[in-house]
Design a protein around this ligand. Sequence first.
Ligand code: SF4
Length: 436
Amino acid sequence: MEFQCIPDALGLNPEQWSLVAGFLGFREEPESRVGYLARMPQERVAVLLPQLVGLGIVRRRETAQGPWYGLIPVEELLAKAALAAEDPDVFEMEANLLRRVVEGFGTPGLTVISSSEDRDPARRIPEITKYADTLMPYIDLRLGTRCNLNCTYCLLGHENRTTRTTAEIVSDLMLGRRRNLQKVALTGGEPTLHPEVLKIITVARTLGYRQVILVTNGVTLSIPGVLDRLVEAGITAVGISFDTPDKEIAHELWQSPVFDKVSLAFDAVARHPQLLLGSIAVITKKNASQLPDLANWWADRNDAMENLFVPNIDFVMPEENAWLNREELLPKLTDVMEPVLKALEIAHGRGLPLTFRGFPLCLLPGLERYSYDRYMSIFRLTSSAEGDVFDKTSVDLLRTKGPQCRRCKLRRECNGVSRGYANLYGYEELVPVRGA
Ligand code: SF4
């Protein structure tokens, strides 16, 4: 959901509010770190920080190393906004969400990917619904951040790569079961690098998880016998990252010459037709032009296998590595729509239910049913004194819409653009869709 009442009441323009939203993700930092953490160009931060300090929303603390900046306490912020809030009911709703985000900061919890509430069959594609309903709701369980690749667009960055202990992971699995969740996705980093991945899968199945999804870059699955052992342990679905059929570009994006190995991973999955298969391509400046070829590559695979296969193209999120490499990687949305539309046309024409994520719906008119964002919602599950809290706001804050989106008929089902994208390119490309 998009905050409107509080930014309006504080008199903040979209860019100022975006920096305030960025501050919700950290406590206090020197100016030189604020741009990186808020995903905003440092030169804009230098302009906006004094404005927010002047408005009394951000506080500046002098230290021997220079000034540090942090948001004022949330209740002070809300007290300021309450004075000018136009609609007290909307204000109270937004205030509670903001409190929840601040309280949840740093609190351990689980990420849960749940099915969307919109079940209208006329607004869905049957194969995508079957795929999503088989897998969701699931816990997104990170086994660690260690990886055998260092993709230029990785959302984790490459610092501090760690492996979580099996005890920590099992504790999360037990927490999920206590909340009656029955499906889990093992992610990383690269989850197959966890030394006890087979044991973790077995424990998950013993605890009652009906679906165990492996989200992988595919490199390990190319080793003969590895997938067989994972299937024996209990995995039921596999998601393989695959960005382009162009070997050279793939090696550039993944920073490793592993194209042939990843390709073998698809062959390995085809030998287990009961496995559900997903594949995600991250769209960047480097691989966008090859999307039509990728659609054909995936469709060829689909023709040769019996697995239920739902691939997806994801617009790159300017986070971590992708933020640092944004000049080489992050295209303007309107510059890649032609190959995106072509790829969707090719795939759908060949019976492959290719989906997309991270694109505003106004750029893909008539293709809403293929927006994977419409089939899922991402929540943080934390425990508090009052019981379990399912919170969507901290995830939603990573995305944003323009002021013009208030006039769009698709505004409730569209996730707009990532905040980092809007901080770099603004909202000009978004065109409200008219109608009832
Ligand atoms: S105008 Fe805004 S709400 Fe409407 S589809 Fe585009 S991004 Fe989404």
